[in-house]
Write a protein that binds this ligand. Structure first.
Ligand SMILES: Nc1ncnc2c1ncn2[C@@H]1O[C@H](COP(=O)(O)OP(=O)(O)OP(=O)(O)O)[C@@H](O)[C@H]1O
Ligand SMILES: [Mg+2]
Length: 277
């Protein structure tokens, strides 16, 4: 078991812009905040982080999950992906870390054609990405600290570098005090924070969330989305699939709307879009 025992001076760590405790969003049960558009971090000429070029995906059972999807997400953007169940959101996200390959078309991440990667190159792509799922997927027998450290151990990070990086990631998600807890001793929201810290600890260029608040209550969902927004404010591109209409409507980020495998809409500072079938 890895135990976090030594105390390092905080000066060793970079200042934490993400530690600002002030909420950037009001809670859903209070009147909605004024919707003054927040400046987008992504300048119009930021380099592309994600590109889909005429992407089609047909599963072996014949389901056509994605149909001629074209999109570009620039470095520094925060983008919501919405659409009814089965519309293709998870399928689209899975292509980013090459869990799935397009049947036709091409997917680029950080200007790299993901489909061109050799098998042995895929881990290097995945190291550049952080992924957070609805069901957290943290290891139940490892503490919060160990779960996050594990992500560095498997990438061969020198042991001396592991502790400060894990501490910083746990600090970013507000879990410093609970680093020794096992998942079974934490709330769902705290477990999801562990998953976010684990996704962050490799300094990903792109953070992907597939319904990261799907199992959480409304207040906790706000906290998690707020954390993702703060991570975005520090420069990481964020792409999140969600069914949470209230959060999408208040945050006023870019919204991509999927319908039956097609990209139906792409709205800057969009609202949740209910697709009538
Ligand atoms: N492994 C698979 N094999 C065959 N068909 C699949 C597979 N995974 C998903 N599908 C089908 O592909 C389509 C898109 O599914 P996907 O999981 O991408 O939707 P989604 O938008 O993420 O839905 P949800 O909001 O419920 O998570 C659906 O028709 C689904 O049934
Ligand atoms: Mg899904």
């Amino acid at each position: 078991m890895i135990l976090e025992t030594s105390k390092e001076s905080e000066e060793e760590l970079e200042p934490l812009s993400l530690l600002d405790p002030r909420p950037i969003l009001e809670r859903v049960d209070t009147p909605a905040p004024e919707l003054t558009p927040s400046p987008s971090l992504a300048a119009p000429d930021s380099p592309p982080m994600v590109e889909f070029l005429s992407v089609n995906l047909t599963y072996p059972n014949g389901v056509q999950a994605l149909k001629d999807v074209n999109l570009m997400v620039r470095k520094g953007e925060f983008v919501f992906l919405v659409g009814s169940t089965g519309s293709g959101k998870s399928s689209l996200l899975k292509m980013l870390h090459r869990e799935l390959e397009p049947t036709t078309g091409a997917v680029y991440v950080d200007r790299q054609d993901v489909g061109e990667l050799k098998k042995r190159q895929i881990p290097y792509l995945r190291r550049k990405l952080g992924v957070v799922f609805q069901d957290f997927r943290i290891l139940p027998q490892k503490t919060a600290y160990e779960n996050v450290a594990f992500a560095l151990e498997v990438t061969g990070t020198p042991p001396s570098a592991i502790r400060p990086r894990v501490r910083r990631a746990l600090e970013m998600v507000g879990l410093s005090e609970k680093s020794h807890r096992l998942p079974g001793e934490m709330s769902g929201g705290e477990q999801q924070r562990v998953a976010i810290a684990r996704a962050l600890v490799n300094n990903p260029i792109l953070l992907i969330g597939d319904e990261p608040t799907g199992n959480l209550d409304p207040d906790t969902s706000w906290d998690i989305m707020q954390t993702l927004s703060q991570i975005n404010a520090s420069g990481t591109t964020v792409l999140v699939a969600t069914h949470n209409q209230q959060i999408v409507d208040v945050m006023r980020k870019r919204v991509l709307v999927m319908q039956r495998g097609e990209l139906l809409r792409d709205d800057e500072r969009g609202m949740y879009y209910e697709v009538k079938n």
